[in-house]
Design a binder for this molecule. Structure first.
Ligand code: HGY
Ligand code: MN
Ligand code: MN
Length: 428
């Protein structure tokens, strides 16, 4: 059982946390359960795909909570929402935040935890009657997951100027609905200028979503960066024909080529070794009928690696294999990049502060990369950024059984409070 939050030894005189300043664990856990009711799936888990009605309800719940805490709330043209807490001095805020959209089989904590822990930091300061030196901000960004509209981290990418707003708003989902229309429909196409406020520093608290911390019995991940991400959509166009009358030699079977690529990418990870990951997560066959040779297969390949050069090699090998497999089957191949982000290294200012405060809290800790993409990797383009991980039980995420122990959730929020306080009071 992990210890509850402690008083921490001061990182240095200017950043010492006022004695007794602690997050309220039961309040944090209750807020996670309450938000988890929004878009709840029967049997557990959450489905709040970006800009659906469930996402709107989750946004409404979170904005109402921001107002309850006395935050000034802004919504920009990308639907990014920021709750602002004034500091003793004006200037760019120390920001925390994450996302509240989920995948279709989401859990309670992916994204939601970082946003609600940020609001718990604000609530704890309010309880103590404390105002930070620099302003603080708690944000949730639009469409972090990229499950409905690609790329992922879309809102934060627009926020930092990495994707033009118009391009993002024109992006369409599989049903042809655009981000812009859906933002309007759910009532979150705001008027605040995108990318405002400029951010002093950013720290995101998130569940690890992998098995490393849980397997090693470590309480906190001191995240040093995020691995590279490559998402590609492959469209194979063959010829539908009768499953019972078409000789094998006469087939142009799109499903076969899709299956060959799926097997190839698994072999590629074994051959490349290291941290190479590959996933065929989405696959759609047309006409998808038991007795018809598939005329079309549309599928996605998700490649990840901390090593940019190996990731690029993996991409070119997959494309080369798919091209020759399609040719051999007499199937047309078209590809479309859905997301492409190089590995990101977080700023030592934030990484070292996370480590220092974790040490002050007496936590066991591990410096590690992030396997998942996060909004922090986008904010890292415009300010010093970093992340804190807490363990995921059985390393499960993007799965309705996603779970993190309450004590770990509370400890992570206490660490976030301490890191934000230190950032808000650092001399610089
Ligand atoms: O795909 C990711 O890594 C993140 O969950 N969007
Ligand atoms: Mn996430
Ligand atoms: Mn996710």
């Amino acid at each position: 059982m992990n210890p509850g939050p402690h008083h921490c030894a001061a990182a240095n005189a200017t950043t010492a946390l006022p004695p007794g300043l602690q997050v309220n664990g039961p309040r944090l856990l209750a807020s996670l359960a309450a938000l988890g009711e929004v878009g709840a799936l029967p049997g557990g888990g959450v489905c709040r795909l970006a800009l659906t009605d469930a996402d709107r309800l989750g946004r409404d719940w979170t904005v109402a909570r921001m107002h309850e805490l006395g935050l000034r709330v802004t919504v920009d043209a990308m639907g990014n929402v920021v709750g602002h807490l004034a500091g003793e001095v004006d200037g760019p805020p120390v920001m925390t935040g994450s996302h509240i959209d989920t995948v279709r089989t989401g859990g309670l904590y992916d994204g939601n935890y970082g946003v609600l822990a940020g609001l718990e930091v604000v609530a704890a300061l309010r309880d103590a009657g404390l105002r930070p030196k620099r302003p603080l901000a708690v944000a949730f960004f639009t469409n972090e997951e990229g499950a409905r509209f690609q790329p992922d981290m879309m809102g934060s990418l627009v926020y930092v100027g990495g994707l033009p707003l118009a391009t993002a708003l024109a992006t369409r989902d599989a049903e042809g609905l655009s981000v812009g229309d859906e933002l309007q429909r759910v009532g979150y196409q705001g008027t605040a200028p995108v990318g405002q406020p400029a951010v002093d520093s950013f720290v995101e608290l998130h569940i690890e979503q992998g098995p490393v911390l849980a397997q090693q019995g470590i309480q906190v991940g001191v995240v040093e960066g995020v691995q590279g991400i490559s998402w590609t959509e492959f469209t194979l166009s063959g010829q539908s024909n009768h499953a019972g009358t078409t000789p094998m030699a006469m087939r142009h079977d799109a499903a076969l080529v899709a299956a060959q690529v799926a097997v190839f990418v698994r072999g590629l990870t074994q051959r490349l070794g290291g941290r190479q990951l590959a996933t065929v997560g989405a696959l759609r066959l047309t006409p998808n009928l038991v007795n018809v040779i598939a005329s079309q297969a549309v599928f996605t390949v998700d490649l990840r690696n901390t090593d940019a050069a190996v990731l690029a090699q993996a991409e070119s090998e997959v494309l080369a294999f798919a091209t020759q497999a399609a040719q051999a089957e007499g199937v047309q191949l078209r590809t479309r990049s859905l997301a492409r982000f190089d590995p990101v290294a977080f700023d030592p200012l934030v990484v070292d502060l996370v480590q220092q405060q974790a040490t002050a809290l007496g936590c066991t800790q591990l410096r590690m990369p992030s396997g998942a993409g996060h909004d922090a990797q986008m904010l890292a383009r415009v300010c010093p950024a970093g992340m804190i991980f807490v363990p995921s039980v059985d390393g499960l995420s993007h799965n309705v059984r996603e779970h993190t122990e309450p004590a770990d959730l509370v400890l992570g929020a206490q660490l976030l409070l301490q890191v934000m306080w230190a950032l808000a009071h650092r001399n610089a």
